[in-house]
Design a protein around this ligand. Structure first.
Ligand code: URP
Length: 453
């Protein structure tokens, strides 16, 4: 039934709209424009369903719930889904107008939140403003490589400018942000996107880091010219003065000589065709704004990997990723949040957006038909805090910048509260692991003596 402005009895559509207006504080009106669909209407409007990664016409689960539930019910659902920070819902914060104007002009999702810590007597707050950028590629994968890379630079520039205008201190870009995630193809020509740590993309980022006094984490396909021109999946840590602080390669060996294979060999993620397991340890970078570490994409499935960054003293661990809905979406919010809780640090999760179509089809080795894309990269970048609270996620299909203030005092406060570091039995785990890596390891299993009678 068409909605008429003067209709005396509110239709379902009007009721829903009213709910969305009441819940507007949750999302911010500037981000409302992509989510006008009303849940009941979606099934009837087939143009909305295949809309490149929406959830029933909405940009994220949070926005779907916000629009669909009454404000009271939504508050309760939010409390259970996102947790509480210092006893309160994680608060959205307002950003300066220039940042909002860039988001409106360049059509990227912009959201901002704040994690508090309790007031301490001897230490002042240690609040840092952190930003994460998710983006789709800028040109088709068939365009000349240099054009593709430079078009991504130009696409990112206004988003980084928005982060600068918002006063972001530490910014992280997505995994292999300079290129399409071509590692599904197994074609070697994509190696041409590789660059030395001080190459063109680093120089581009260094200028912006200097301009905005910002630490920037830039995850690239690295070519190590001095070591036989080998390739690595590398995060370059650029300091707020534009200097290169260091790098971390995805992902590493753990002590006891046991190699944890952290380069994926799952689905179409054929990354081992391109680069080897990293050899840089689990470094924590002490920056002007805090101690940070980078756990690149697939490393998030390995709790010991998260632990290693925690043992080295990380306060914020970034997880720049490229992952697709069918494979990992149910794991995405759980793994990050669990790592933040278990290690008493903040976790910042970033995933690219969109579907990248490659020129030549490939198979997944599962007997299914050949195809030319990985599937949909579902964005959904967000932050998790050590007190188990987390922010809503960015759009599932649009470019975006999510910002959060975080008082790093929360890390120690959670260590004091839950004592996970003190109650962990590292010497037992060390003993267990050192026995496990021996060829003659026997699992400690006590069988029911009646089992085989
Ligand atoms: N980039 C990457 O390591 N992807 C693997 C898939 C996943 O970990 O979800």
């Amino acid at each position: 039934m068409p909605v008429h402005e003067s209709s005396p009895v509110p239709t379902h559509r009007e009721k829903r709209r009213k709910k969305m207006e009441r819940n507007d504080d949750e999302i911010g009106t500037e981000n409302r424009k992509a989510e006008t669909p009303i849940v009941e209407d979606i099934e009837q409007d087939s143009s909305l369903t295949p809309n490149g990664g929406s959830i029933a016409g909405f940009e994220s689960l949070h926005r779907l719930l916000c629009a669909s539930l009454s404000p009271q019910v939504f508050q309760e659902v939010k409390r259970l889904l996102l947790g509480l920070n210092c006893g309160r819902a994680v608060e959205p914060i307002n950003l300066p107008d220039p940042a909002k104007a860039l988001s409106a002009k360049h059509d990227f999702d912009l959201q901002a939140f704040c994690f508090h810590a309790d007031k301490e007597v001897l230490r002042g707050p240690q609040t840092v403003r952190v930003g994460l950028i998710q983006n789709s590629i800028a040109l088709p994968t068939t365009a000349p490589f240099l054009d593709q890379k430079r078009a991504i630079f130009e696409k990112l520039r206004p988003i980084i400018d928005a982060a600068g205008a918002a006063g972001v201190n530490i910014l992280c870009l997505q995994e292999a942000w300079t290129m399409p995630f071509a590692f599904c193809t197994r074609e070697k020509r994509w190696c041409e996107f590789a660059e030395p740590v001080d190459g063109e993309s680093t120089q581009f980022i260094q200028d912006l880091a200097r301009k905005y006094n910002m630490v920037i984490i830039s995850s690239i396909l690295e070519r190590d010219v001095k070591h036989g021109e080998t390739l690595w999946n590398t995060a370059v840590i650029i300091g707020n003065r534009g200097n290169i602080i260091g790098k971390h390669r995805k992902v590493d060996t753990i002590p006891y000589g046991f190699i944890f294979n952290h380069i994926p060999r799952v689905g179409d993620f054929n990354e081992s065709t391109y680069y080897m397991e990293g050899n840089t340890g689990h470094p924590v970078f002490e920056t002007a704004y805090g101690k940070i570490a980078v756990n690149i994409c697939y490393g998030r499935h390995h709790p010991l990997n998260w632990l290693a960054f925690g043992l080295n003293g990380a306060e914020i661990v970034f997880n720049p990723s490229a992952t697709v809905g069918e494979l990992s979406e149910p794991m995405w919010p759980i793994e990050a949040r669990n790592a933040a809780i278990a290690n008493s640090y903040f976790v910042a999760s970033i995933n690219r957006v969109g579907t990248e179509i490659f020129p030549n089809p490939f198979t997944s080795g599962d007997g299914k038909p050949q195809h030319a894309d990985f599937g949909h990269f579902y964005g959904s970048s967000h932050f998790s805090a050590p007190d188990s609270s987390c922010t809503p996620s960015l759009s599932r299909y649009r470019d975006g910048l999510i910002i959060s203030d975080m008082d790093l005092n929360l890390c120690r406060q959670l260590k004091d509260k839950w004592g996970f570091r003190m109650t962990a039995r590292y010497e037992l785990y060390a003993d267990m692991l050192s026995r496990y890596v021996q060829p003659d390891f026997e699992p400690q299993v006590i069988a029911d003596p009646l089992l085989h009678k």
